[in-house]
Write a protein that binds this ligand. Structure first.
Ligand code: SF4
Ligand code: SF4
Ligand code: SF4
Length: 159
């Protein structure tokens, strides 16, 4: 199902894209985070960086989140809280700069997605076009760093 339609049906809407907080961010994240940087240093993927206001944010430009949990274990003020499930509510969205929209065959995002959340829709006389199943997407970001045309971003679902 198209994500925008699914969001409407389930009463959810995509938030304006911003750099996501680290996984398992508590509802009290902004109050508890001391800007210590321990999650940044703990991340073996090196995808956490300092964002606006000194708060840590995730940048998927070079790598994905493996959900290893090292960041949440490093967070002693419990701004990140491993009791939260799922770790976050973000999903991949593919925009119109995708190579398929320009008639170029590319399936890289689908190949790197371990969750098989990206399928390719066939159309007569056109190259197959990627579609994200937001229910299956874990928001790992593997597709983001792999896309040769920088066509994928992660959106956060808010109630
Ligand atoms: S779960 Fe692991 S890979 Fe993901 S942001 Fe935390 S430390 Fe980095
Ligand atoms: S990897 Fe990027 S360019 Fe290739 S099909 Fe996926 S979104 Fe399109
Ligand atoms: S963010 Fe991860 S799970 Fe979601 S579509 Fe991309 S690779 Fe698949």
């Amino acid at each position: 199902m198209d994500p925008s339609r699914r969001n409407l049906l389930f009463g959810r809407r995509p938030q304006t894209p911003t750099a996501p907080r680290p996984p398992w961010a508590s509802a009290f994240f902004a109050d508890r985070c001391t800007h210590c940087g321990d999650c940044i240093r703990a991340c073996p993927q090196q995808i956490i960086k300092t964002g606006e206001g000194g708060f840590p944010v995730v940048d998927f430009a070079k790598a994905e989140c493996t959900f290893c949990g090292d960041c949440v274990r490093a967070c002693t003020p419990l701004a990140l809280d491993q009791s939260i499930s799922p770790p976050w509510k973000i999903y991949a969205e593919i925009n119109t700069s995708c190579l398929a929209d320009r008639g170029v065959e590319c399936r890289i995002c689908g190949e790197v997605c371990d969750e098989q959340a990206i399928r390719f829709q066939l159309a007569v006389g056109k190259v197959a076009h990627p579609l994200v199943n937001a229910e299956q997407c874990t928001g790992c970001g593997a597709c983001v760093s792999s896309c040769p045309s920088n066509s994928i971003r992660l959106l956060e679902l808010i109630a």
